[in-house]
Design a protein around this ligand. Structure first.
Ligand SMILES: [Zn+2]
Length: 280
């Protein structure tokens, strides 16, 4: 089917007290394994481009590939630009056909974050594009940001931020962080519930590589509607290729490593997607 609007996927997720899983991807094997994996287990999925991956696949090419593969499956597929704080890059993404973009002003003071995010929403609205904001600061696991409770999102600020900016979704800081964790993260579920009661905007959990599944299941039921995964998926992509060449030091087939990696990526995607109860 054609690409689905991210706001419609999130609205459905919210109505079901469920979450859609969003994967960062950067080439044909990562994009196709996510889309075909979603089709195999009948789950919706969102494909995201992280701006620093633009040197591997320009966003125009990424958008075209996701759009074309989405048309070959029958589950909803969304297209989203991950973390950008660069207004002109966000505009380029909108021009390239991204139907959803993240305006990341989370390192700015509250009012500046509101101003930056609102300016992106104003432009995005004109093109019927959704905007995800971030409030609180998710940060990096290697910096211990998952443990910095003073950076967590508060319910009252989330309410005001959503109202003032008009974002379609909001990334919240509740004890997760990007990259691999140095110790097991512990999500602040009470805080999540408070935020979820304070605002109707769908909530997004970043830093999905290494959060125990039991915590995720609770988070999905208590208000998280979009769950972002990047690090784990890219790491598997690398390890699967390394494993292949270790087992096949003198490969005769020039393409077999791609098939091998893709199969492992799709197996991972299917397992991850089964964490969400939302079956199509
Ligand atoms: Zn993130």
């Amino acid at each position: 089917m054609a690409l689905e609007k991210v706001r419609d996927i999130l609205k459905d997720a919210d109505a079901r007290n469920a979450s859609v899983i969003a994967f960062d991807a950067m080439d044909y094997p990562t994009i196709s394994s996510a889309i075909y994996g979603a089709q195999a287990v009948r789950r919706p999925v969102i494909l995201m481009l992280y701006p620093s991956m633009d040197r591997l696949i320009p966003l125009e090419a990424f958008a075209a590939m996701v759009r074309s593969l989405a048309a070959t499956v029958s589950v909803p597929v969304g297209l989203h630009l991950d973390h950008s704080s660069d207004f002109s890059y966000i505009l380029r993404a909108i021009r390239a056909g991204f139907t959803s973009v993240m305006a990341d002003g989370s390192t700015l003071p509250f009012e500046e974050n509101v101003a930056f995010t609102s300016s992106v929403v104003a432009v995005a609205d004109a093109f019927d594009v959704d905007v995800e904001g971030e409030l609180g600061h998710v940060g990096r696991a290697t910096d211990g940001d998952d443990k910095k409770e003073d950076q967590y999102t508060t319910a009252e600020e989330a309410r005001v931020f959503a109202e003032k900016t008009g974002v379609a979704s909001l990334a919240v800081a509740i004890g997760s962080a990007h990259g691999f964790y140095t110790s097991t993260p512990r999500l602040a579920i009470d805080r999540l519930e408070e935020i979820n009661h304070a605002t109707d905007v769908p909530l997004v959990l970043h830093g999905g590589s290494g959060i125990p599944h039991e915590q995720l299941e609770v988070a999905f039921r208590k208000g998280i509607n979009k769950f972002n995964v990047g690090t784990e998926f890219f790491h598997l992509n690398q390890v699967a290729a390394a494993d292949y060449f270790k087992e096949n030091p003198s490969p005769v087939n020039a393409f077999a490593h791609i098939d091998s990696v893709q199969a492992k990526l799709q197996e991972y995607i299917e397992k991850k997607l089964l964490l969400t109860t939302w079956e199509i």
